[in-house]
Ligand binder design. Structure first.
Ligand code: NAD
Length: 556
């Protein structure tokens, strides 16, 4: 690890004025709890404030893991982990990183969804900033009060939290969780990160009427009132944290596309629901091609659901197919959408949302997915509709009738919303489907063969993309960077995984995945003249050296 004193070091920021005694124990970035040594206890005025026995970090991790296991349910485990994070970040991240497969579902989906629903009840102490419409005119002042030099912001307005809809100010669990993943998976130093929840009201009547709701009790701002608030935020971030990357998170459909288009070249920013999802799904397709033997150029993708996820994936596919020689029209012609009203076609143009228009082809209207599959004969069927059990037996059987290895991606979350289960996909395709899902499914034994479903979790993409953009001090996060991320991820799927049908690497490899993606993203920034940092000779070694690792500093 490089010296934390290096100003270029991503783990260097927040180097504190040294607090002592009780104040030291309440600073989560500095606190070592029972791991303070005898000498540190003397020098730092900690005698008597801690129980006598000195523990190692490893011993603390074991004790904390046992405490997690003692909690009766996922929400209680989440609360325990949140409290640990607020008490001792090194210990929290060591625990999470050493047990990543067990911890990710606790600190992020699916548990974070339940935590958001109950955020009003379980709220203990602030983490991040709540910026409400009442703060208009003062956003820059409020950001200036934040005690660290921020490089990474995740912001939500709570309108479309996971599959749960409008949760208003309760959405805070999402930016908090995503930023924890940035640190655990890509080594962005915790002091660099700032979760923000914009409280612009909520249209969730139950929350507005409930006694425990923590946000403004008013309907959502729309139009000019909303837009000027966002504009003030963007200006404030640019002014107070000019090197920060901002991730738009869980905004409603109409605002998400608009804000991304409007701000992506003005402010270093991206939208994970659109672009991160696109990259992880495309990576699954690219890895799947290693099994089918096909090329991106000759795919026909049929999407169920034409929202942020679906059109984001298609847009990135178009970028990828263009890089393989197709022109834009040819690439778009390979993407088809069925939304809640049927096949997206030219005849429906007058009623279609803006983001669907590029995929409204000149083709007779088809009312059902079943019929669309029979007519269009897609190579991949991608579910991003939030509608469970819509990939029925006849549909999957059709896919298997004209594809030796059909790709069936049921990406809707949570598990209960998946378009079909892993077991159904394997059974109905006679074990030939290449299946991926948004939420985890257990492996399936079918006709004596083991099938391991891939989980197309955005966690494979956004931490690495963010780290790469920060390391290069890129001016922009481009689609080409997401494409580089998708290709890197697909290239990291081991042959052994592919043979089991798994199109994503194991989560235990996430630090290496993020590092390689970050390197590819930074490389792209340097190649396209977007990087503001000097290019080190060995880009990967340089990024690796900057990644935060949860080890205690020695004070004395
Ligand atoms: P969205 O609200 O932007 O879009 C949903 C789309 O589905 C809309 O176009 C809607 O018209 C369509 N739809 C609704 N009912 C339908 C029906 N009966 N038939 C066909 N289409 C229908 O939401 P989104 O952000 O695009 O997310 C969609 C789903 O994808 C969610 O369930 C989400 O959990 C999932 N998702 C998965 C991942 C992942 O796996 N990594 C990432 C992001 C989103």
């Amino acid at each position: 690890m490089t010296s934390p004193a290096s100003p270029a070091d991503l783990s260097a920021w927040g180097a504190p004025q040294q607090p002592r005694g009780a104040a030291l124990l309440t600073d989560p970035l500095l606190n070592k709890g029972t791991a303070f040594t005898e000498r540190e206890r003397d020098v730092l005025g900690l005698r008597g404030l801690l129980p006598p026995r000195v523990f190692t970090l490893d011993e603390q991790v074991q004790r904390s893991l046992a405490a997690v296991h003692r909690k009766p349910d996922s929400l209680e485990k989440y609360i325990y982990l949140t409290n640990l994070q607020n008490r001792n970040e090194v210990l929290f991240y060591r625990l999470v990183m050493d047990n990543i497969e067990e911890m990710v579902p606790l600190i992020y989906t699916p548990t974070v969804g339940q935590a958001c629903l109950e955020y009003g009840a379980i709220y203990r102490r602030p983490r991040g900033l709540f910026l409400s419409l009442r703060d208009r005119g003062h956003l820059a002042d409020i950001l200036s009060q934040w005690p660290h030099q921020v490089r990474l912001i995740v912001v939500t307005d709570g309108e479309r939290i996971l599959g749960l809809g409008d949760l208003g100010a309760l959405g805070m669990g999402i930016p908090v969780g995503k930023l924890s993943l940035y640190t655990a998976c890509a080594g962005v130093h915790p002091s660099y990160t700032l979760p923000i929840t914009l409280d612009v009201g909520t249209d969730n009547q139950e929350l507005l009427e409930g006694p425990a709701y923590i946000g403004l009790r008013r309907k959502r701002a729309r139009g000019e009132e909303y837009d000027s608030f966002i504009e003030e935020l963007v200006q404030a971030v640019s002014m107070v944290f000019p090197k920060a990357l901002l991730q738009w998170e869980d905004f409603g459909n109409t605002n998400a596309f608009r804000l991304l288009t409007q701000y992506r070249s003005r402010l270093l920013s991206f939208n994970d629901d659109i672009q991160g999802t696109a990259a992880v799904a495309l990576a699954g397709v690219i890895a799947g091609l290693r099994l089918t033997g096909g090329t991106l150029r000759d795919q026909r993708l049929l999407f169920l659901g034409a929202g942020e996820a679906g059109t984001g994936i298609a847009d990135l596919y178009v970028e990828a197919a263009r890089s393989e020689g197709l022109n834009e029209a040819e690439a778009r012609a390979r993407c088809w959408f069925v939304d809640s009203k049927g096949l997206v076609v030219k005849a429906r143009e007058a009623d279609l949302a803006h983001h669907k228009l590029p995929y409204a082809h000149d083709h007779p209207f088809i009312a059902t997915l079943d019929e669309a599959v029979r007519t269009l004969k897609p190579t991949a069927l991608i579910g991003v509709s939030g509608m469970p059990q819509t990939f029925t037996q006849p549909i999957v059987e059709q896919m298997a009738a004209f594809n030796p290895r059909p790709m069936v991606f049921a990406l809707s979350n949570p598990t209960s919303k998946a378009e079909c289960t892993a077991e159904q996909a394997y059974q109905w395709s006679d074990g030939r489907a290449i299946f991926a899902s948004g939420s985890p499914f257990a492996e399936v034994e079918f006709k004596g063969r083991r099938h391991v479903p891939g989980q197309g979790n955005n966690i494979y993409i956004f931490p690495g993309v963010g780290l790469g953009a920060l390391a290069a001090e890129s001016r922009e996060v481009t689609d080409a960077m997401f494409l580089a991320a998708a290709r890197t991820l697909a290239g990291m799927v081991a042959q052994g995984d592919l043979e089991l049908g798994r199109v994503y690497p194991a989560l235990t490899q996430i630090r290496e995945v993020s590092l390689r993606i970050a390197t590819a993203v930074a490389e792209e920034a340097h190649a396209k003249g977007l990087a503001q940092a000097a290019r080190p000779d060995d880009l990967m070694a340089d990024i690796r050296a900057r990644m935060f690792r949860p080890v205690y500093r020695e004070y004395a």
